[in-house]
Design a protein around this ligand. Structure first.
Ligand SMILES: Cc1cc2nc3c(=O)[nH]c(=O)nc-3n(C[C@H](O)[C@H](O)[C@H](O)COP(=O)(O)OP(=O)(O)OC[C@H]3O[C@@H](n4cnc5c(N)ncnc54)[C@H](O)[C@@H]3O)c2cc1C
Length: 489
């Protein structure tokens, strides 16, 4: 087993809590746990703490930086990694939950186990892929990746940019691009936001500073003359070797596209953001009950009021349990720490807990307001071409999927077996949601009703060397003479 350096390991466990993910949710959970006297192991596959939101602390702390202003308040959480009660392990990928209270963790070429009384999954989210003709051309970039380029590397994704998709992250990206001097040619938002504003306003007022920020963005778009097209979507990207334009078109109320009113915009980059998907790979491996909530990131875990999942000893917080933004993630991490403290015979701090729950309620109100405002049909909104790639890892096109379906493959599982879709590097994280949306559309069902293929470890990519040195339990299969024998050590 890989050693840990924290101080308070008990009963053969490495710590009271093992937290997967050092974003706002995981960091807040570790901070609150430390204040309650609990030890934690904080595991994250990135070299630096902060998750998606605080990944670039330089920008979170520079007062003059327009990209960092939103993150300054939460940046203080980064100091948690230096607390003596917290064993922070960067570059640690959790790839399985092999037994209750046990995580399988790969660090470099090593793999081992972390044992804890409670496990908190704070695994965050990733960009929802939205295949459309031309989406694999160089110059088409997801909204989250554009944020990372801007904030992390100071790289502009283009000079003349079209922004298309759905949800608040899209507006944030467009505002950041403008602030960095990029010409934003047009913004296509799939939801009819403005007419819904008055109805959602009572909920949105619960975080009035965020509402004001959105109003400032809209003012900046208006002042710069950026068309903000509502109930519009991307139809296709044009260009031979790279993007040279975007064709946008209005959406009908039933979610279909009105191709007759399509408009072309010349550009050198298209930023596409149709929301985020919750990273539930570990929850699926743990066999936690999930339910379908498209506006919250697809399949999300069933949880109680303290964010316990249906698996004993496993909590899920933050975007990985349902998209809600960094503020909600922070509040959930803190509340989960209190719930875990009570399971460790801790008296807890009732006053602090009720303050946190009240705060969570206000932020969740804002989240529900955003949900009302941005509700829109899921991508893709129209037919994709036969040549459109759906599974980028295995290069499976829409035409190949249609051929598999014509050949008798009915379910998502059968299509995967027939085409290799979902068997590549991303293990289906990106293409299975698109496949299940297609199958659902054909069966006139909800994507949540389409069964996904069985998840298998490793939950994330790890070096094969990490598995070779690990002492695996004997497989429940007869010995295979073609496989190498288990190595000692
Ligand atoms: C690409 C991207 C960019 C974004 N940019 C912004 C932005 O600029 N501004 C904004 O307001 N919101 C942004 N968001 C949304 C914002 O990140 C979230 O609302 C917020 O960070 C949620 O916090 P969290 O702690 O739940 O998850 P995250 O901040 O996502 O943290 C989760 C962490 O867990 C790690 N992890 C996941 N699985 C494992 C595993 N198996 N083993 C080890 N580690 C694991 C991840 O690598 C990550 O570091 C972005 C989202 C994405 C996907």
């Amino acid at each position: 087993m890989i050693g840990t350096n924290h101080s308070a390991a008990t009963d053969g466990a490495d710590a009271d809590i093992a937290i997967v993910g050092a974003g706002p949710a995981g960091l807040a959970c570790a901070a609150e746990a430390a204040a309650l006297g609990l030890s934690s192991v904080l595991l994250d596959d990135n070299p630096r703490p902060g998750g998606q939101y605080l990944r670039h602390p330089a920008f979170a702390t520079a007062p003059e930086d327009p990209l960092g202003a939103d993150a300054r308040r939460l940046a203080s959480l980064l100091a948690v990694t230096a607390l003596p009660q917290v064993s922070y392990r960067p570059g640690a990928t959790v790839w399985d939950l092999p037994a209750p209270g046990v995580l399988a963790v790969a660090e470099g070429e090593r793999s081992g186990r972390v044992r804890a009384h409670a496990i908190v999954l704070a695994t965050g989210a990733y960009d929802r892929p939205a295949p459309f003709p031309g989406w694999t051309l160089p110059g088409v970039i997801s909204a989250g990746a554009a944020q990372n380029l801007l904030k992390g590397m100071r790289i502009l994704p283009g000079r003349r940019v079209v922004v298309a998709g759905n949800g608040p992250l899209l507006m944030l990206v467009a505002a950041n691009l403008l602030a960095c001097g990029v010409e934003v040619v047009a913004i296509a938002e799939a939801a009819p936001v403005s007419p819904r504003l008055w109805r959602a306003l009572p909920l949105l007022l619960s975080q009035s500073d965020l509402l004001m920020q959105a109003a400032r963005w809209r003012y900046a778009f208006w002042r710069a003359g950026v068309p903000f097209l509502q109930s519009w979507t991307i139809a296709h990207a044009t260009g031979a070797d790279r993007v040279d334009g975007a064709v946008l078109c209005p959406l009908n109320p039933d979610g279909t596209r009105d191709g007759a009113r399509a408009r072309s915009f010349a550009c050198d980059s298209i930023i596409v953001g149709y929301g985020l998907l919750a990273s539930v790979e570990l929850l699926r491996l743990a066999k936690a009950a999930l339910h379908w909530e498209p506006q919250r990131g697809g399949f999300v875990p069933v949880r109680d009021a303290a964010f316990r999942t249906t698996v004993p000893g496993v909590w899920a917080v933050g975007d990985g349990a349902g998209i809600g933004g960094a503020r909600l993630a922070e509040a959930e991490g803190r509340i989960a720490a209190h719930a875990i403290a009570t399971t460790r015979c801790h008296r807890g701090d009732q006053r602090r807990l009720s303050d946190l729950c009240a705060r969570w309620g206000r932020i969740d109100q804002f989240r529900r307001g955003l949900e009302q405002l941005f509700a829109a049909p899921l991508p893709p909104h129209g037919p994709v071409g036969d040549e459109t790639v759906i599974c980028r890892c295995e290069e499976v096109t829409a035409g190949m999927l249609a051929a598999a379906r014509d050949g008798g493959a009915e379910s998502a599982v059968q299509v995967k077996a027939a085409t290799r879709l979902g068997m590549g590097r991303c293990q289906g994280r990106n293409c299975l949601p698109s496949l299940s949306a297609m199958v659902a559309r054909e069966q006139d069902a909800s994507p949540g009703e389409v069964a996904w293929p069985m998840p298998r470890p490793p939950a994330r990519m790890i070096p094969i060397g990490a598995l070779l040195v690990e002492s695996l339990p004997p497989p429940n299969l007869p010995a295979d003479p073609h496989l190498p024998r288990k190595r000692a050590g």
